[in-house]
Design a protein around this ligand. Structure first.
Ligand code: PMP
Length: 312
């Protein structure tokens, strides 16, 4: 993976090599950081790079900082402006992934969340697919359980809690699967290592509620809107039993990294026909048109980076 050329670091854009932290940094030692993941999509016809729902991503990012008692004076709009400046400096004309991260920067010994100084950084890199088999992945139900809200809140994108995802992902991949589905403590379907999950059963889309220890995904929210408003599919947010996924007609993951990835097998059981289903296929097509700024109704989700040379 190529490294970024620049970083937004301590309030200004610097060369990536200058954005450095020390070994004793609190966030590195104790996992006291939060992060985000945002995509920007290159649209060749419009010669434009569109950032997908940056304000919604930054709202969740700032909510995560709040959970860790970090105080910043930045608003969602300030961070969007900083990102526009960063992407303008990088000047990429290809799909990108953006990583904002906030962390306690103190170089001290002592685990706590008070009397510490938060720092914020952001980088952008060219990025394609996060998963290879996005049209048909084989997943396993992990033996690891999801962190509970009273352990480490999963609704915050907290760096330390991603060890939970890493355990599940590595064990799944080492066992030959593409990804893991992680259950909540009471055994309900929660999410993947870095993605939310949806089932289609008897024409209805079902996804776990935000009170089941999921990350409140921006792609999840996007997909709920597109399924309901554009494809006429009812979406129900409720707890899902493990065995319901085996009987689903279709299943898929959603997330900034995976975008929309079809789940076609779970633990050697075919989901539906064992091929990407009709609703997932239609949804993916629509989603990719929306994120590339090709659907007028959803232009407000797509923030252009470069000055518009001609009408979209
Ligand atoms: N769940 C987890 C655990 C994640 O890390 C992610 C990726 N941010 C998601 C769900 C999907 O969220 P989003 O659609 O906002 O990327």
């Amino acid at each position: 993976m190529a490294l970024p050329n620049y970083a937004f670091f301590n309030g200004r854009i610097v060369r990536y090599g200058e954005a450095k932290v020390g070994v004793l940094t609190h966030g590195l030692n104790y996992g006291t950081g939060v992060f985000g993941g945002i995509r920007a999509y290159w649209n060749d016809e419009a010669q434009q790079l569109f950032i997908f729902r940056p304000r919604d991503h930054f709202r969740r990012f700032l909510e995560s900082t709040k959970l860790l008692r970090m105080e910043f004076s930045y608003s969602e709009d300030d961070l969007t402006k900083a990102l526009l400046a960063l992407l303008g400096t990088e000047n990429h004309k290809t799909d990108c992934y953006i990583r904002p991260v906030a962390f306690y920067s103190d170089e001290i010994i002592g685990v706590r969340l008070h009397d510490l100084t938060p720092a914020l950084a952001m980088v952008a890199i060219p990025f394609g697919k996060y998963v290879e088999k996005d049209e048909g992945s084989h997943v396993t139900v992990s033996s690891w359980r999801r962190v509970d809200d009273n352990v480490i809140p999963a609704r915050g994108k907290i760096t330390g809690s991603y060890i939970n995802s890493a355990f599940a992902k590595t064990d799944a991949q080492r066992a030959g699967f593409d990804e893991a589905i992680i259950l909540t403590h009471d055994g309900h379907i929660c999410e993947g290592s870095a993605e939310n999950v949806f089932l289609i059963r008897n024409g209805v889309a079902i996804t776990p509620p935000i009170t089941d220890n999921i990350l409140e995904g921006i792609t999840r929210q996007t997909v709920i809107t597109l399924l309901h408003d554009e494809l006429g599919v009812n979406v129900v947010e409720r707890s899902i039993d493990r065995s319901e996924i085996y009987l689903a007609n279709e299943a898929f993951f959603t997330g900034t990294g995976v975008q929309i990835t079809a789940i076609t097998r779970v633990d050697y059981r075919s989901i539906g026909t064992g091929k990407m289903g009709e609703i997932t296929t239609k949804l993916r097509e629509l989603f990719f048109n929306v994120v590339r700024g090709r659907v007028k109704k959803y232009h407000e989700w797509c923030t252009p980076v470069y000055e518009t040379k001609r009408a979209r």
